[in-house]
Design a protein around this ligand. Sequence first.
Ligand SMILES: [Zn+2]
Length: 263
Amino acid sequence: MPEGDVVYRTARRLGEALDGRILTRSDFRVPRHATADLTGRAVLETVSRGKHLLTRVDGGLTVHTHLRMEGSWRISPAGRRPPSGDVVRLVLANADWQAVGVRLGMVDLVATGEEHRLVGHLGPDPLGPDWDPAEAVRRLMGSPGLTIGEALLDQRNLAGIGTVYRAETLFLAGVSPWRPVGEVEDVRRIVALAQRLLHANGERERRVTTGDARPGRDTWVYGRAGRPCLRCGRRISRGEMGAQPQERLIFWCRHCQPGEPTG
Ligand SMILES: [Zn+2]
């Protein structure tokens, strides 16, 4: 699933293709907005908010999209046909470029003044201009009995963290994902590490959390179950946590991240 860094980069690419240009075509292929037409309006900007994308257009309208599990925005020169077999949900095009939204998990069209109804519940975004680490800490500590692994994935606490950043952040912090938030010694440090990782990857195409881009060494624990920990050499563990089926996977090192419940 795309996480905050991918969504942030997607917003930038959409901005490069669409900002300041007049839409010559808009094609909403979702029943709710099938008749919507933004042709003739200028695109003002696209911003990311956690895993959500907000494309603001002239006249006080916002196109809200979410990549969910397998969505993407593909940008190409105007007029090119999307590859057959793609499940296209939305096309926004101008005289030069077209942006094709494929397998998007959400497509909405709302008044820009109503964006809060879609993203107002989100916690602070480490990649946002209004990043507020103290508020993120406050929200995380609001559920002291929840495991830190589950709390980090709750978009109401921090927006943009997915299973990769959860696993990598907790490894770097040396904290077991199974530890209750109330028993974590330094939640501020976890929040700072998450922000640093997301920020470092917001600007580059390929996600690296270790500083080593070689295959198999670009993450500390994520996707490395059964392989030796890059710090201590012991085998990385893999498990499932949380209620949302698509968000369950967790990877950690039992030696470097001690403290999981034995029961
Ligand atoms: Zn280890």
